[in-house]
Write a protein that binds this ligand. Structure first.
Ligand SMILES: [Zn+2]
Length: 207
């Protein structure tokens, strides 16, 4: 189903990076976590909004998932496991904590499955990365996500992964601001909430 202007999306893409946006599919992770990916269809819809699936590919995967329901359920679980491992990896980096070997293993396992499908195709403008056998695979969005996480981990940009300054949010983002001063996943939600709280505390306890 295409997202029309009248139909508000439940997903936000404020992470400046594909794998960080995927990690941010849980609200209020630190307090009362609310998962936005509860069905395989949610995963497909998110992937479409993240532009790693086209509308035709979405239709095909949804039909295929109806025919292979147990597999679709298993892939959702694998997606969540991958997402949580990636969260712990990048959260540790954002906080300067050591990365756990077990989390890197989860990512590497998925990465080697993905890279076995990696190929180069020719386009009008030259050559681009693509995936072989992608039409058959219900888990194909995980290939792009594992690749995105690997690319970020080995790039210089990994120094700019930040955690939202809100206490309960824990969303991650790539700080691409000029002086690396971005503090909030989204100024309109978390940034604003913090401003309101500060204002309230100042009124309650004037300096
Ligand atoms: Zn936030």
């Amino acid at each position: 189903m295409a997202v029309t202007e009248t139909q508000a999306s439940m997903f936000e893409f404020s992470g400046n990076n594909l794998c960080l946006d995927f990690i941010n599919t849980v609200h209020d992770r630190a307090d009362k976590p609310r998962d936005l990916l509860n069905t395989y269809s949610d995963l497909v819809l998110w992937s479409q909004e993240a532009h790693i699936l086209t509308e035709n590919e979405v239709q095909y995967l949804k039909e295929k998932a109806v025919q292979h329901q147990a597999e679709a359920v298993a892939i959702l679980k694998q997606a969540i496991d991958l997402r949580e491992a990636m969260f712990r990896l990048f959260d540790a980096m954002a906080n300067g904590s050591p990365v756990q070997e077990a989390d890197l293993t989860v990512l590497n396992t998925r990465l080697s499955q993905s890279m076995a499908q990696a190929c180069i195709i020719q386009t009008e403008d030259g050559f681009v990365w693509d995936w072989a056998h992608k039409d058959q695979a219900l888990d194909r969005m995980l290939w792009s996500l594992a690749r995105s996480a690997a690319d970020l981990l080995i790039s210089e940009q990994h120094h700019n992964v930040r955690e939202c300054a809100s206490d309960d949010c824990e969303w991650l983002f790539l700080d691409t601001s000029k002086n690396h001063s971005r503090r909030w996943c989204d100024m309109k939600s978390c940034g604003n909430r913090a401003k309101v709280r500060k204002h309230y505390l100042q009124k309650k306890h004037p300096a």
